[in-house]
Design a protein around this ligand. Structure first.
Ligand code: MOS
Length: 770
């Protein structure tokens, strides 16, 4: 349990702890989860709970002209049917500054149930509140809606011509260039120039989105599976016009989040609204269909990658442009050229992102937005160039490995892709691959092997942390970060244990509650490093405070010592030059008459928080000017393709990553493996099918939207270099997203090697191979 009450903590063992960071510790939340004790949002029972269900629009654009709710209201147990006729007014948040999340969080400004306008096919147009979930759902089906339909843009393929180039900002990637890529391309001896497409994809976290909302006057308590409780809280305070201090969002356990649980979507807003309107506590658990219709997913993309090279494989030109879609009422573009700015040492580079606006649900981030689909195009094109040159694809990549950033000459904070490829090639047996397509087979299975590069730029966000040290030697770390199932709390337990020199068993970490100091979003692969940075700072401050207490006592062996002369270990502070000279925290605190001592990274005031954020933002921008801080990796994939049916089986996988220091090899490996699984889904099966005439998603569930299951997967081997980044505290970078990047290309490249068929449109379904 990560939130066990203090008194239930076991007494820490006395022996000196081994270093915790770097060890494959079991997750601290493992026992609670495996015993069914961890409570997810839908597990929360509050007294007098009512249940809500959504009614979705069935047209893409227009006005609601008629709403017949009589049949729904007549169902026994129905408490209310809320529509734009009777729903209380809300104020969708407007951005307050350029750095405000609401400029990026899709869906923020949607005027749910406060308008007769329909913005997308599937938009909620009514909410039914009833005394049971089944009753609410049944009644929701009885709500009849008529529309005045207006012309809508719902066909991505047809809308591509209307794409508008994005203007780059601090937070949005626009156009970047060095040299003259088009001209270099025109004169290059060897050229590949192709169009690649990737489909829309939907968020299918294990736990569907769910909300429990309880109003008490103007005070609001919300249980929510969230990747960003602070944003949820601020969004709801603004939308419902209530004081921020009275809004509390709790999210101790989240059943998976890939970006879809970072914004605030209809389900959350309308559960809070239903509770407001009925005076009851309300719970809404979205069905899979509700998630697909109301939670934005990944945009489809169309991309052009053109590469020009000398005959020896030296790249002369790299051009990567792409179009992604946004909804008319919001959405995040997908910067598909992100990795193409940094991966290859070409003298002429041109990157451009464009968006086209459709009458669809706002698109949203999904694991490695940009690189997940951008690497499919780039790394497929590199493979095509290798084939055109008759060169090994690993060798081609290594020949063009840059020493500095190819766009502006910035240094990489660390980068050892060569080592990742070398180790991967060795472990995978790459040398045994025969280069020609269709040259390897096993009976009727055509065997193919492919590689691709993984690349991601982890973000770093401000975090506020408190650390409390008690006289019994136990430690309490508090920060409103998110446990989305990745071992986030375990990692901070390890960091705190080492920083203070106590056993991991002595550390408790509380998270997922806006009553705690504000933490970062679980996004951008930045949470662990962001919290750890603040936590390390707090632990230093804490040790300084403890030392100050010790130095007051004439009998303390630490008297007259500076912190820099001491080491934390064995539950206390000891002299580096005389390791037996020192004392435990318990001795110091008890002698000083203190039961505990607590420090906080930012003052608990608004000003303190603002200053901390400004400092963190300034640091981030300063770092960005100085170097490219990226994580990379090398994927090795083997596929088997049935020569008669075109069935593709992924038969082997090895990913070798360069992700900085790894806090916990067990949880990091799982993260990277999960990314590879998601990438295999993107490569072979995942696709949100939208009827281009109506904008309606026709596969809104796991029966028709295929994610990989165990039987679809080989054993996935994950390895990493585990070299600390020299520019970050503890050398941490981030592992959440890099795993998925490059995966689809590695699969498509292996499929080409197996079959000789180049598939440039995801997913690689068997009809494309026959
Ligand atoms: Mo992610 S797409 O940063 O949750």
């Amino acid at each position: 349990m990560t939130r066990a009450p203090e008194r239930s903590r076991p007494a820490p063992p006395t022996p000196s702890p081994a270093q915790a960071v770097g060890r494959p510790l079991d997750r601290v939340d493992g026992p609670a989860k495996t015993a069914g004790l961890a409570r997810y949002t839908a597990d929360h029972h509050v007294p007098d709970l009512a249940h809500a269900a959504l009614v979705h629009a069935t047209v893409a654009r227009g006005r609601i002209t008629g709403l017949d709710t009589a049949d729904a209201e007549a169902v026994g147990g129905v408490l209310a049917v809320l529509t734009h006729h009777n729903a209380p007014r809300m104020t969708p948040p407007a951005p307050v500054s350029a750095l405000d999340l609401s400029t990026l969080a899709p869906g923020t400004t949607v005027d749910y149930l406060n308008t007769d306008r329909v913005h997308w096919n599937g938009q909620p147009v009514a909410v039914v509140v009833a005394d049971s979930p089944d009753t609410a759902r049944q009644a929701a089906r009885l709500v009849r809606v008529t529309y005045e339909v207006e012309p809508a843009v719902t066909d991505f393929a047809a809308a591509q011509d209307d794409a508008v180039p994005l203007r780059g900002t601090l937070l949005v990637l626009g156009e970047e260039r060095t040299g003259d890529a088009e001209r270099a391309l025109a004169t290059a001896p060897v050229v590949v120039d192709h169009r690649y497409t990737t489909p829309a994809q939907s968020h299918h976290a294990m736990e569907p989105h769910a909300t429990v909302a309880v109003w008490n006057g103007d005070r609001l308590t919300v249980h929510e599976g969230s990747q960003d409780v602070d944003w949820a809280r601020r969004h709801l305070a603004r939308r419902f016009g209530v004081p921020l201090a009275g809004v509390r969002v709790l999210s101790p356990h989240v059943g998976g989040g890939f970006g879809g649980k970072a914004p605030v979507w209809a389900g959350t807003v309308l559960t809070v609204l239903a509770a407001r309107a009925t005076g009851r506590a309300v719970r809404m658990v979205l069905s899979r269909e509700d998630v697909i219709r109301t939670v934005g997913g990944r945009t489809p993309t169309v991309q052009r990658v053109a590469l020009g090279a000398q005959r020896d494989g030296t790249l002369t030109a790299l051009l990567h442009t792409g179009v992604s879609q946004v909804g008319r009422v919001g959405g995040t573009p997908e910067p598909v050229g992100s990795q193409s700015r940094h991966l290859y040492a070409a003298p002429h580079i041109w990157i451009r992102h464009s968006t086209t606006t459709l009458d669809v649900l706002p698109t949203a981030h999904m694991r490695a937005p940009g690189e997940a689909v951008g690497t499919f195009a780039l790394e497929s094109a590199v493979d095509e160039l290798a084939v055109a040159l008759g060169m090994d694809p690993v060798e081609l990549r290594m020949r063009n490995e840059p020493d500095r950033d190819p766009l502006d000459g910035k240094r990489f904070s660390r980068r050892d892709l060569r080592a990742a490829y070398a180790r991967g090639a060795e472990r995978f047996g790459w040398a045994e691959r025969t280069p020609s397509p269709r040259s390897m087979r096993d009976g009727h299975w055509l065997v193919g092997r492919g590689v691709a590069t993984a690349f991601h730029l982890p973000v770093r966000l401000p975090a506020d942390v408190t650390v409390r040290l008690r006289a019994d030697g136990t430690v309490l770390v508090r920060c409103a970060f998110h446990e989305i199932g990745v071992g986030a709390a375990t990692a901070q337990t390890q960091v705190a244990a080492d920083a203070l020199g106590v056993p991991v068993e002595a550390v408790t970490v509380e998270h997922g509650d806006t009553e705690l100091p504000v933490g970062p979003q679980a996004g951008g692969s930045g949470q662990t490093a962001s919290v750890a940075t603040a936590l390390l700072e707090a632990c230093e401050e804490l040790k300084r405070s403890v030392l100050a207490l010790a130095r007051r006592s004439p009998s303390s062996p630490l008297r007259g010592r500076r912190l820099s002369e001491l080491r934390a270990g064995r539950g206390g502070l000891y002299r580096a030059d005389a390791p037996d000279r020192g004392e435990t925290y318990g001795v110091i605190l008890t002698r000083a008459g203190r039961a505990e001592i607590e420090v906080r990274t930012a003052a608990g005031t608004r000003l303190g928080r603002t200053l901390q954020q400004a400092r963190a933002a300034a640091g981030w921008f300063r770092d960005r000017r100085r170097w490219v801080r990226a994580v990379t990796g090398a994927h090795f994939c083997e596929v088997r393709v049935d020569e008669h049916t075109g069935e593709v089986r992924v038969s082997r996988w090895l990913g070798v990553f360069d992700v900085g220091r790894v806090v916990n090899p067990k949880t990091a490996t799982s993260q990277l493996r999960g990314g590879i699984v998601m990438g295999i889904g993107a490569a072979l099966s995942e696709e949100t099918l939208v009827d281009p005439r109506t904008g309606r998603t026709v596969n809104p569930g796991l029966a028709e939207y295929h994610v990989p299951v165990q039987a679809d997967l080989p054993r996935i081997e994950v390895d990493y270099l585990d070299e600390p980044d020299p520019t970050t505290p503890l050398g941490l970078l981030g592992v959440g997203e890099v795993g998925i990047t490059g995966v689809a290309a590695a699969v498509a490249n292996a499929v080409h090697h197996a079959t000789g068929v180049r598939v440039r449109d995801l997913p690689v379904t068997l009809d494309r191979l026959l």
